[in-house]
Design a protein around this ligand. Structure first.
Ligand SMILES: [Zn+2]
Length: 409
């Protein structure tokens, strides 16, 4: 028999995350019809006769037992492909070693670059699977992964290919981002401009022609790259047809966000030191403010991002793990959500929008992050009384079911 729907989810409370004035975009008495990996219709389940007709047209009827149905989560900022880890440095620091001492022993980001360069593809993949799996278990169905621990072409390409390979091994979509301008490799010591030449003239054209990256990112910071260098990368990216995003205002107000807004960046990430007066420009460019409370926590930062200004100018706020070996070894999107509420005073609804609708926007994805007709059928079910529970309790919840592209995983 030819069914109109592959599946029909009913008897669910839906946090659609649509912008419909209801808390969590809640939809009442609604069933979700799925066909060929997409949500094809939202059906009024209040009218019994009409609902019966739709139910008969579905190959599989899924009774949600009055659980909450949510869009699959989007972790829109991670660095989870890397060699080694920095647990030993973490230990050394807590035994009293300074950052400088650790750096002099070849630790810090330089250590991660060295261990990523020397790792085989198999090792990189095996460890990336382990890390991404933790995110998937919490209901993440789309993850962004940046390069930036190779810095040479060979390793950056390997990182991005390994990131993409995760799609074959886990029920997750991967967006890749080329972050060549992450740190200065020792080959270019003291000549950041020459390294930016290399990034723009050699690396980025390859990333574009080989379709290895969906976007380009820059660490724009006093200890990273200047706004002038960032602008050169942005110009090249736009010339190559790649959207841009940037790590900005994490440690100082370098005016990276204003620059990013001028280049219609998809997102500006971190932004603890963003000035209130720069927020209107972000609202105008439609740039998403990505909050990374894990890094704030690990670095014992005290300067908070300008949440009130972002809120009052309707700048969409996303929340992500920033999963990385140095400043945010955080393998939990739900913990990031909790931290965004506790540390940055987001409401649970804002935090949930931050890992669904707004996170998708931060990746330039219009086909996910909300429950609506036409969207990808990335769906999770939760045995909770209210979605606020997800932000409220640390390590209290896992989805009872995950559907990736309509397929139960
Ligand atoms: Zn980052």
């Amino acid at each position: 028999m030819n069914y109109q729907y592959d599946a029909l989810f009913h008897n669910v409370r839906i946090a659609s995350m649509q912008d419909n004035n209801a808390l969590y975009g809640e939809l009442l008495d609604t069933a979700v019809a799925v066909k060929d990996g997409h949500i094809v219709a939202l059906i009024d389940a209040q009218n019994n006769r009409e609902f019966q007709q739709h139910a008969e047209a579905a190959k599989q009827l899924i009774d949600g037992n009055n659980q909450w149905l949510l869009p699959g989560f989007v972790d829109c900022h991670t660095h989870l492909v890397y060699g080694g880890n920095r647990a030993i440095e973490f230990e050394q620091r807590l035994r009293g070693a300074s950052y400088l001492e650790i750096a002099q022993r070849g630790g810090g980001i330089k250590g991660t670059v060295a261990s990523t360069r020397s790792a085989s593809n198999e090792e990189l993949l095996k460890n990336a699977v382990k890390r991404a799996k933790r995110l998937c278990e919490e209901g993440v169905t789309t993850v962004e992964i940046k390069s930036g621990y190779g810095l040479d072409i060979d390793t950056e390409v390997r990182m991005l290919k390994v990131a993409k390979q995760l799609e074959q091994l886990l029920p997750v979509s991967v967006c890749t981002t080329y972050l060549g301008a992450h740190a200065l490799p020792h080959e270019f010591a003291d000549d950041a401009d020459a390294y930016i030449d290399f990034v723009c003239e050699q690396a980025m054209p390859l990333m574009a022609t080989e379709h290895l990256a969906d976007a380009v990112d820059v660490f724009c910071e006093t200890i990273g790259f200047s706004t002038a260098q960032t602008e050169r990368v942005f110009n090249k990216a736009l010339e190559l047809g790649l959207p841009v995003k940037a790590h900005v205002e994490q440690l100082s107000d370098s005016k990276g966000a204003l620059l990013a807004a001028r280049y219609n960046a998809l997102s500006v990430d971190h932004i603890e030191y963003l000035a209130d007066s720069d927020v209107p420009e972000l609202a105008q460019s439609g740039t998403v403010a990505v909050l990374l409370p894990g890094a704030f926590y690990y670095l014992n930062e005290v300067q908070k991002p300008p949440i009130n200004a972002l809120r009052s100018h309707n700048v969409p706020m996303a929340v992500a793990t920033d999963f990385n070996p140095g400043s945010s070894p955080l393998a939990s999107i739900l913990t990031a959500m909790n931290m965004a509420c506790v540390q940055f005073q987001l409401t649970p609804e804002e935090a949930l929008r931050g890992i669904t609708a707004h996170a998708a926007k931060a990746l330039g994805l219009t086909d996910r992050g909300v429950i609506d007709a036409g969207k990808v059928a990335d769906i999770t079910l939760w045995d909770i009384d209210t979605p606020a529970e997800l932000a409220y309790c640390i390590n209290g919840h896992r989805p009872t079911a995950i559907y990736k592209g309509g397929v139960h995983v």
